[in-house]
Design a protein around this ligand. Structure first.
Ligand SMILES: NC(=O)c1ccc[n+]([C@@H]2O[C@H](COP(=O)([O-])OP(=O)(O)OC[C@H]3O[C@@H](n4cnc5c(N)ncnc54)[C@H](O)[C@@H]3O)[C@@H](O)[C@H]2O)c1
Length: 313
């Protein structure tokens, strides 16, 4: 059986990915430390479907502290999702957490791959590495992150590249563009907006709501990540976006339509680190790994709303 290590398997994307891999007949070793970025209860719930699967082996541990050599020896592939996420919290003293869980952890994991049989190391990077880059963002566009979080992800990408160049570790980095869907992190915009609109409470929008985002459904992210693991070209970076953009305010209108409730919007100042626009050119991933996003925003939003309705009862 082919075995995959999924770091951050209890998180939003990691848990969907684990399910996707198991469905595709891979064995999965998942590691997560239930970091306190958001409640452990939600992460335990994320894992509840897969814990029963006999092809899934869960290890609760902080990857910074454990013997990564022993772990890496057991697997054929690595998908590295574990990280401290979130742009807004990455300033100030909190940056140390980003340095440890993003930069240092990625370096330790890459170091552990030296001399092992790992066939592919897929790194979950982010559109945050671009900053206010030209649109649509291409893999060759300038990289000037606007947040400490984006800087930490770019440092991880650089580490992946140099461990490939110097030690031949077969890395592929995927720049995910704002991911949404069931189990979305509670700090993310759609999750906050949907909950508040269902509750008929106020939502906070930073900026004027005209900022545009390229939203990617988590099902498409899982498909792209598994394809990159199976056929991504070593040393390469791929944009994984939803294929179109929408203004934040228009996405809120869609949530109003689906829920039948009106949004009460409180506009606040732009937050430092937030990007004005994100828009992925996905032609490279389309060509190289056959990526083709399938879930349209209306369908994906409806499903996330159904999930949150259940969660709130
Ligand atoms: N959600 C998005 O829109 C998005 C966009 C771009 C990139 N990404 C990247 O995708 C990955 C997954 O993001 P997510 O939204 O699912 O976040 P998440 O917080 O839901 O998942 C990350 C998981 O990693 C775990 N973790 C963190 N540090 C760890 C450590 N030291 N040891 C073991 N486990 C640890 C956390 O407990 C968490 O369960 C991250 O690398 C993130 O930077 C996410």
């Amino acid at each position: 059986m082919t075995r995959v290590l999924v770091t951050g398997c209890a998180g939003f994307i990691g848990s969907h990915l684990t399910e996707g891999l198991l469905k595709n007949n891979y064995d999965v070793i998942g590691v997560d430390n239930f970091s306190d970025y958001y409640p452990r209860k939600l992460k335990e719930e994320n894992l509840s479907n897969v814990l029963k699967n006999e092809n899934f082996n869960f290890i609760e541990a902080d990857l910074i502290d454990i013997d990564l050599n022993g772990l890496v020896e057991k697997v054929d592939y690595i998908i590295h999702e574990a990280a401290q996420p979130g742009v807004r919290k990455s300033w100030g003293n909190e940056f140390e957490i980003y340095l440890n869980n993003n930069v240092l952890l990625t370096q330790k994991l890459l170091e552990a791959c030296k001399g092992k049989k790992v066939s592919k190391f897929v790194f979950a990077s982010s559109s945050s590495v671009y900053g206010d880059s030209e649109l649509p963002m291409k893999e060759t566009s300038s990289l000037r992150p606007l947040s400490p979080y984006g800087t930490s992800k770019l440092a991880c990408e650089s580490l992946c590249y140099l461990y490939w160049k110097s030690y031949g570790i077969p890395v592929v980095s995927l720049r995910y563009f704002t991911v949404y869907g069931r189990r979305q992190r509670p700090d993310m915009a759609f999750h906050r907006f949907i909950k508040a609109i269902l509750n008929k409470s106020e939502i906070t929008v930073f900026g004027n709501g005209l900022q545009k985002r390229d939203f990617t459904h988590v099902t498409d992210i899982v498909g792209a990540t598994v394809s990159a693991m199976e056929k991504g070209v070593e040393g390469e970076v791929y944009n994984i976006g939803g294929g179109s953009t929408i203004r934040l305010i228009d996405a809120i209108r869609k949530i109003e339509e689906i829920t039948g409730n009106e949004a009460k919007i409180n506009y606040l100042e732009d937050q430092k680190g937030d990007m004005r626009y994100t828009y992925a050119d996905i032609s490279k991933a389309r060509k190289s790994i056959g990526y083709s996003p399938a879930i349209k925003l209306d369908e994906g939003l409806k499903d996330e709303i159904d999930w949150l309705k259940l969660l709130m009862t």
